[in-house]
Design a protein around this ligand. Structure first.
Ligand SMILES: [Fe+2]
Ligand SMILES: [Fe+2]
Length: 276
């Protein structure tokens, strides 16, 4: 507990677990197995997970989202695969939906890219989800859009803010980290499914990691059965993809945030392996 000089009351740290792209049933199994254990072990206040691959490895269904939310996950982010399953559209658009989609899709897209998770004692975490454009679709400018979304959260009195920057290029994620340094609590990268070892608190007080990794099977190519991906690379012909099943891991990052200032206190990589 750190005393807050402004208010004279004790500032409280908010401990957030952010989980990388949950891939198919193996990913959901990892979340179900580890999240309650990690919450108990580390005293985690809020859990946010990227669900874009949670239904069969591509997309999200109301069922896969609800399954994650029933495992003590408070809010779900996503990315380019959010539109893969059509049934997610009314779920995204429903009032109070806990499933976000990247905020920088053109106007008129169903759902929203900004949400708030709240602890039982009223501490709030604003979450913004944006998608990069390098080697990806030509969406609206994520830098401009993230700034607008952050302003809306701040206008609502939200102090702690986490941004899921979903994109391919490490450079674009690093740029977003520095762009938002000192203005949000954390910028965490998703989409590549491979965890990077560069977690740190940037000079302005923003926790950053280029990619938090994946919750899913490692005996695979980023979640997909390796034989199928190899066939596609070797033949350059279309091949249907299926989720792999073995060597299931959970990956993410644990971020402590000072609730009074919104600055990050620490960031730690998380990696667990499901017993066979
Ligand atoms: Fe993904
Ligand atoms: Fe993605």
């Amino acid at each position: 507990m750190t005393p807050s000089p402004e208010s004279g009351i004790h500032a409280r740290a908010v401990r957030v677990l952010f989980l990388g792209d949950v891939f198919g049933k193996p990913g959901r199994q990892a979340v179900k197995h580890f999240v309650p254990k990690l919450i108990a072990k580390h005293g985690i206040d809020l859990v946010v997970a990227n669900s874009e691959n949670s239904a069969g490895g591509a997309g999200v269904t109301p069922e896969s989202a609800n399954e994650l939310l029933s495992c003590e996950v408070d809010l779900l982010t996503s990315g380019n695969h959010i539109w893969a399953k059509r049934e997610i559209v009314p779920y995204l658009a429903a009032a109070g939906s806990k499933q976000l989609r990247p905020a920088n899709y053109p106007r008129g897209a169903p759902g929203k890219g900004r949400g708030i998770a709240q602890t039982p004692d009223g501490r709030r975490l604003g979450v913004v989800n944006v998608e990069g454009r390098v080697f990806m679709r030509n969406l609206d400018d994520p830098f401009q859009v993230v700034e607008e979304e952050i302003q809306l959260l701040k206008a609502d009195g939200v102090v702690c803010i986490l941004v899921d920057m979903h994109c391919e290029a490490t450079s674009e994620k690093n740029a977003m980290g520095h762009f938002l340094d000192g203005r949000v609590s954390a910028v965490v990268g998703t989409h590549t499914h491979i965890q990077t070892a560069d977690e740190r608190v940037l000079p302005g007080g923003t926790a950053f990691i280029t990619d938090v990794g994946m919750c899913g099977p490692w005996d695979s190519v980023i979640g997909v059965k390796k034989e199928l991906v190899l066939q596609r690379f070797l033949t350059q012909r279309p091949v249907g993809f299926e989720p792999a099943r073995r060597d299931i891991h959970l990956q993410g990052a644990l971020v402590d945030i000072d609730d009074a200032t919104g600055k990050a206190l620490s960031i730690l990589r998380v990696q667990e392996r499901l017993p066979d």
